[in-house]
Design a protein around this ligand. Structure first.
Ligand SMILES: C[S@@+](CC[C@H](N)C(=O)[O-])C[C@H]1O[C@@H](n2cnc3c(N)ncnc32)[C@H](O)[C@@H]1O
Length: 462
């Protein structure tokens, strides 16, 4: 083959696909009109008879024409642009000549090859070596992008789906719903894909996993993926995983030093905790027993030293009140403890801000042990969504409300944009050094936000 077409556009563990924007430019021939609007997978509708310009040359001259004909050869997936000139009945090459298939867009007649005439003359390739030959193209000759572009209504696409190991995961929209079976079939052609799923519910359950509908392939949700050099295995139908958070995971891990400590309150299967534990001591927690199971598994698989990671299966607030508090008090007795670099991650964007009032008065009952001494202020990284016009103001306002304090520039480290989730909905991280005044607040004087869990519990008891 003179030119090997590159079939798919893959970007790290995500495939950013849009039938509108990223369709292959190499196909100069469109599939038949009959495929438009196909709702049941009928590959035969892609069959198309075409006449393609060809040059008949001796086998031994094919390689010398590779460079000169580079811009003239026909490029389509699964169609070799060098073919035997004559085939026997059982499709084996009987003669020594080859046909080089040329692009019908650039070559209409032999005279269109005038710029390479010198090369053709040298090997006595003339007008009579030029012919038009019939070919039948099939579904295999278009890549998935091109197929979907021609199947879906004009201007519609399957955009921004993710690849998680052997699974492709996409969100169906109203206009793609009727085409879901066909979309599933077509995406199964991507290399290494065994399952195509769509989420059937919004991600609003406690464990942030999706209910999945298998559009095509095996009902096998156990995957292994790589992120930032670590391997993560999990059952995608039972836990949360989002390949679009890899940069944020990396950002947090970069902040840690060898003597840091990370408390990851909503750790999932470990994308913060596992790479962090390569650097420093980590306490990782998740409420979902399945996440907890895979978190432990991934720690082992990635050969994390046992004294580096502790895994817990608690509610995030209990994790802070029990595990964090116990470790913090133990740490505080150490020499130079005020210099310890302590980080707490709470990546549960729909809820996490409402959980941070747990820090109000966290040290109140232990104030005697602490009094008179300096202690390290932990840095909290809490994630949230914002749809506000001024997201910084919105995020800050909510964080301050749940901590019950106005943050000064010493304590407010950063409000960082993490990623865009939907049009007008972005994910943010507030990184805050929790003020001593918050941690030592008199428990009876906690400033509880109206929507806080503690406030609700208090009202229930009244
Ligand atoms: C958005 S995911 C983040 C997972 C992981 N940290 C990541 O970055 O991919 C939120 C995680 O919080 C867990 N979770 C939900 N409610 C929780 C709670 N009350 N306490 C602790 N974890 C909780 C979910 O099971 C889920 O794994």
């Amino acid at each position: 083959m003179l030119f090997q077409p590159k079939l798919f556009h893959l970007h790290r563990s995500c495939i950013y696909y849009t039938a509108r924007g990223k369709s292959s430019k190499m196909n100069s021939i469109s599939p038949p009109e009959a495929v438009k609007g196909m709702k049941e997978w009928r590959p035969e509708l892609f069959n198309k008879k075409v006449q393609l310009p060809c040059l008949r040359v001796k086998s031994e001259h094919v390689s010398s024409l590779k460079a000169p004909l580079k811009n003239f050869v026909f490029k389509m997936p699964n169609l070799s642009n060098v073919q035997p000139a004559e085939m026997s009945e059982n499709a084996t090459d009987v003669g020594g000549d080859k046909l080089i298939i040329l692009s019908p867009q650039t070559v209409k007649s032999f005279s269109d090859l005038s710029t390479v005439k010198e090369h053709l003359d040298k090997i006595s390739v003339k007008d009579e070596n030029f012919c038009l030959k019939d070919f039948t193209l099939t579904s295999d000759n278009w890549n998935p992008n091109d197929k979907l572009k021609h199947i879906l209504p004009d201007g519609e696409d399957v955009s921004g789906f993710s690849r998680i190991g052997h699974i492709i995961h996409l969100n169906l929209k109203d206009y793609t719903e009727p085409y879901k079976n066909v979309i599933g079939h077509v995406l199964m052609e991507l290399p290494g894909i065994k399952t195509v799923v769509a989420k059937t519910s919004n991600i609003d359950n406690t464990y942030r996993n999706f209910e999945l509908e298998v559009l095509a392939g095996e009902k096998d949700f156990e995957v292994t993926v790589k992120e930032n050099g670590n391997t993560f295995s999990f059952d995608f139908s039972k836990v949360y995983w989002n390949p679009r958070l890899s940069t944020e995971h990396e950002r947090i891990v970069k902040m840690l030093k060898s003597d840091s400590i990370l408390f990851d309150a909503c750790a999932g299967v470990g994308p913060f905790a596992i790479p962090a534990a390569r650097k420093c001591r980590v306490f990782a927690n998740d409420l979902n027993p399945e996440s907890y199971k895979w978190l432990q598994y991934n720690a082992k698989k990635n050969k994390i030293r046992e004294d580096r990671i502790n895994c817990c299966n608690l509610d995030a607030r209990d994790f802070i009140k029990q595990v964090f508090l116990q470790e913090f008090l133990a740490m505080y007795k150490e020499e130079n403890s005020q210099d310890r670099d302590i980080h707490i991650t709470m990546n549960l964007p729909a809820l996490a801000v409402t959980l941070i009032d747990v820090f109000q008065g966290l040290l109140w009952n232990d104030r005697e042990k602490i009094s008179g001494n300096e202690f390290p202020l932990p840095i909290l990284h809490v994630y949230t969504f914002s749809k506000a016009e001024d997201p910084h103001k919105d995020v800050l306002q909510r964080v301050e409300e749940y901590l019950g304090i106005t943050l000064d520039t010493v304590h407010l480290k950063e409000i960082a944009f993490v990623r865009s989730v939907a049009p007008n909905k972005d994910m943010y991280r507030a990184s805050v050094k929790i003020p001593a005044e918050v941690l030592l607040r008199d428990l009876s004087k906690r400033k509880l936000a109206e929507n806080s869990i503690d406030e609700k519990n208090k009202k229930l008891k009244e």
